[in-house]
Design a protein. Structure first.
Length: 168
C-alpha cells in the first residue's frame, strides 16, 4: 500500500517540485499561471526554495506518495515587521489526487508549523467558481473576507476571487 507523507521541502526536490507545479498548472484552470506560461529554470527554482528555507516565516510542504510528489503548499511570510505574523498561501494538488484528503493533511502540517513559528494569520485567494478549493479552505477554517472583482482574466472572461483568511 502506498504511503502518503507530508514533509518539508529539501533542495533535492527542486526538479520534482518544478515538474509538479507545471503539471498542476496544466491540469487546473484556477491557478494564477496558465499552462506553460512560466518557464522556471532549475536554478531559479532552487534559488526560490533556498530563499524560503532561509526565511523564518516561510515554508514549502510537499505531499509525497512513495517518493512521487503529488501536492504542495507554499507559505510565504510577510517581510516587514508589521506583517511577519502573516503568511500568504499557494496550494496545488495533481488532478488524480484531489478529494483524497491531501489538501487537509497539507493544511494540518501548515498549522502545526505556523503555531511553532508564532504565525497568527493565514491568507489566500481563490477563484469564486472554484468550488472544490472553496470547500477545502472552508473545511480548514478559512473565512471569506472580501471579493476581488474582475481579479483574473481566464479564457477571455474576467473572474472574481475571494480573499480568505484564518486567524490562529
Amino acid at each position: 500500500m502506498a504511503i502518503m507523507k507530508i514533509r518539508h521541502i529539501d533542495i533535492a526536490d527542486t526538479e520534482n517540485l518544478r515538474a509538479l507545479m507545471q503539471q498542476v498548472e496544466a491540469e487546473s484552470n484556477f491557478m494564477l499561471y496558465e499552462s506553460g506560461e512560466r518557464d522556471i529554470s532549475i536554478e531559479r527554482q532552487k534559488t526560490m526554495i533556498e530563499s524560503i528555507q532561509d526565511q523564518e516565516n516561510a515554508a514549502i510542504f510537499l505531499a509525497d506518495l512513495d517518493g512521487d510528489l503529488v501536492g504542495y503548499l507554499i507559505a510565504v511570510g510577510g517581510k516587514a515587521k508589521r506583517t511577519k505574523h502573516s503568511v500568504y498561501l499557494v496550494i496545488g494538488i495533481l488532478a488524480d489526487f484531489r478529494s483524497k484528503k491531501i489538501g487537509t493533511k497539507l493544511f494540518q502540517a501548515l498549522e502545526v508549523w505556523a503555531q511553532e513559528k508564532d504565525i497568527h494569520r493565514l491568507e489566500l485567494t481563490v477563484v469564486t467558481g472554484n468550488e472544490a478549493g472553496l470547500g477545502l479552505y472552508k473545511k480548514a477554517g478559512f473565512e471569506v473576507e472580501g471579493t476581488k472583482r474582475d481579479s483574473l482574466l481566464i479564457d477571455g472572461e474576467y473572474v472574481d476571487e475571494y480573499y480568505m483568511a484564518k486567524l490562529l
